[in-house]
Design a protein around this ligand. Structure first.
Ligand code: NDP
Ligand code: AOF
Length: 342
């Protein structure tokens, strides 16, 4: 299940003010973006205090988005999930439109319950206590955090998160995927799970592979090296610096062989690192092993078009962790239509 956390905060990190009125931090364009995110999920989850304080509808608003969901055979608006052990107002607005579920338990058990009901994409909209539970559980894949350009300035107001042990700290930072202005607010998209981070970097390798000079005799591949704190430290693509250079080789050539970040880095490649080369003494698998990189992630296993690739097996046998995302392979095949035909 993909778990997306979404909320808006003030410049001083509050989710609301201390008054009874709901504080809108987003602007109209951002609220429309949130509506589009809602339309793309199977369930929207909030905590009981958000229901008690805001009385939200938690529905998809846009008639076009509701119709599009229905055309796909889904309900017009996703399942509404409320975490609560206490009372909720009987006339709460969330009950008016679509299906809802009031439940309780650990985050793990709630996620298990929703998964069993067929929820594949969950949007958690708050409030602070629920966001804290999801962030500290390590189960969240992505945080969409909107910052509005004003201060609340009142410590009686609810904060973005409560106290807790969060997996991200100064030495283990979350991966910032994008930061974009939406009028006067800024949307930050942070990737939180290993799977979401890996997919982000593989998307970057596929983008890099599109820069390769065309060839019918060698594949177009992109590669990046990411250090333990999540920073990209080198990138490369096939034929970047000469007619024969491979993506991993080109990226690694930009780093000193004894760079202290390499033994804790991950190398991402759109295609399995090569294990046989006619044109160079060392294969990419050998270069990776010589660099002492402990983790390799790729999307597409090399087909036997030019040579029989055994890079994944060779690296695994050498004790390197190898992770493959075959569901992204089609995009790599697309970038290599010239070589693969079709
Ligand atoms: N700016 C924004 O984007 C958003 C702002 N908000 C704001 O956040 C504020 C509310 O945040 P906050 O006070 O932290 O509260 P929450 O909305 O996170 O709700 C907390 C409550 O949810 C119930 N709950 C939480 N976890 C569980 C669990 N695992 N099992 C069962 N019940 C659980 C408990 O209710 P019970 O008492 O029933 O046990 C708990 O007291 C509101 O002011 C709202 O306006 C909310 C969402 C988004
Ligand atoms: N205030 C605030 C948000 N608040 C969230 O939106 C809910 C309101 O939903 P609805 O009644 O369906 O519009 C509210 O209870 C809370 O979960 N969201 C945002 O993106 N930006 C904001 O500024």
């Amino acid at each position: 299940m993909y778990i997306l956390l979404s909320c808006a905060v003030s410049l001083d990190g509050y989710l609301d003010d201390a008054t009874d009125e709901r504080l809108v931090l987003s602007n109209a364009a951002d609220l429309d973006r949130v509506d589009a995110e809602r339309a793309g999920v199977d369930a929207i989850l909030v905590g009981a205090n958000t229901i008690r304080r805001d009385d939200p509808r938690l529905s998809v608003r846009s008639p076009a988005r509701r119709a599009a969901r229905e055309a796909m055979g889904k309900a017009a608006t996703p399942l509404k999930v409320i975490l609560s052990t206490g009372d909720l107002p009987s006339g709460a607005a969330f009950r008016a439109d679509g299906e809802s579920l009031v439940t309780s338990g650990t985050v793990e058990s709630v996620v298990g319950q929703l998964h069993a009901r067929g929820v594949d994409r969950l949007m958690v909209e708050g409030g602070g206590r629920v966001l804290t539970e999801f962030l500290t559980s390590g189960l969240a894949d992505e945080l969409q955090l909107v910052v509005a350009p004003f201060f609340v300035g009142d410590s009686a107001a609810p904060r973005f998160v409560h106290d807790g042990r969060f997996p991200w700290h100064a030495d283990h930072r979350a991966t910032l995927a994008t930061a974009s202005a939406i009028g006067n607010v800024v949307l930050h998209r942070y990737l939180l799970s290993v799977g979401a981070v890996d997919r982000h970097w593989l998307a970057r390798t596929i983008e890099l592979s599109l820069r390769c000079p065309p060839s019918t005799t060698a594949f177009s591949v992109g590669a990046v090296v990411v250090d333990a704190s999540g920073d990209e430290i080198a990138w490369g693509y096939s034929r970047e610096t000469d007619d024969l250079v491979h993506a991993e080789e080109s990226a690694l050539a930009k780093l000193a062989p004894d760079d202290p970040r390499l033994p804790t880095a991950t190398i991402y490649s759109s295609m399995e690192p090569c294990s046989g080369r006619k044109s160079r003494p060392r294969t990419c698998s050998t270069l990776i092993r010589d660099a002492a990189i402990p983790r390799v992630v790729f999307a597409y296993r090399e087909p036997s078009t030019f040579v029989d690739g055994e890079g994944a097996e060779e690296l695994t046998a050498a004790g390197v962790t190898v992770v493959e995302y075959p569901d992204l392979a089609d995009q790599v095949r697309d970038a290599n239509r010239l070589q693969l035909g079709g």
